[in-house]
Design a protein around this ligand. Structure first.
Ligand code: CA
Length: 224
């Protein structure tokens, strides 16, 4: 999952980025409305965390504009303004949720998980893929009652493909969704191939993994 953090307070932006990265989310930070516009035009995000008071404009206007351009990302408004009118206006403009500052990071994460489940129709916390089950909340892959031990990044690659079932995702898309542009620069797209290879090896010890397809010259797809 990728997150665009639109926040001009450096300390908060950094704190959010580090926390979400530790949870396996890839973060990009924009400190102005202008930077946010450029980022949104440039790459698709799963989440936008949007501060309302930006140095060069109002986050609300940015939201209205982005929604007009059919922004697909889920939006959570983060703001010191607790006013009911702001909250209502934000939700009317298409924000998915609203958190008044200061908020706790685990609460933010819980709200993000709830939105993900809603958006992807994951009302059941477990999603079947081949002979396996993905427990999205607990971040585990199960074969029957047995857990298949995966690394954090392997789980990220797999769950991202599963959430976009039947769609071909390029190595670049997977890379951006898993690493983002915050930490670990100097990324090599061979990492994705290595993770897929490990996934096939680990899952393949239990059952066939033909549903995890390589699309030659493009990337990968989970068929289901
Ligand atoms: Ca601000």
């Amino acid at each position: 999952m990728t997150v665009l953090i639109v926040e001009d307070e450096r300390t908060l932006a950094r704190e959010l980025g580090i926390f979400l990265y530790q949870q396996g989310l890839a973060c990009t930070v924009a400190r102005t409305a202008r930077e946010a516009r450029a980022q949104l035009a440039d790459s698709p995000f799963d989440f936008v965390l949007l501060d309302l008071g930006l140095p060069d404009g109002d986050g609300m206007a940015l939201l209205a504009e982005a929604k007009q351009q059919e922004l697909a990302a889920a939006v959570i408004i983060l703001t010191a303004r607790g006013a009911v009118e702001d909250r209502i206006r934000g939700l009317e403009l298409g924000a998915d949720d609203y958190l008044a500052k200061p908020f706790s990071l685990p609460e933010l994460l819980a709200r993000m998980h709830a939105i993900t489940r809603r958006r992807f129709g994951l009302h059941k916390p477990r999603v079947a893929v081949g002979a396996f089950e993905l427990d999205v909340q607990a971040r585990r892959v199960l074969f029957g009652d047995q857990e298949v031990p995966l690394s954090v990044k392997e789980f990220d690659v797999l769950s991202y493909l599963v959430l976009h079932k039947n769609r071909v995702l390029t190595r670049l898309q997977l890379t951006e969704h898993i690493w983002g542009n915050l930490p670990e620069s100097g990324f090599d797209s061979n990492y994705i191939d290595a993770h897929i290879k490990n996934l096939r090896k680990k899952l393949g010890q239990h059952a066939d993994v033909e549903w995890l397809e390589t699309v030659r010259g493009i990337g990968y797809r989970v068929r289901g």
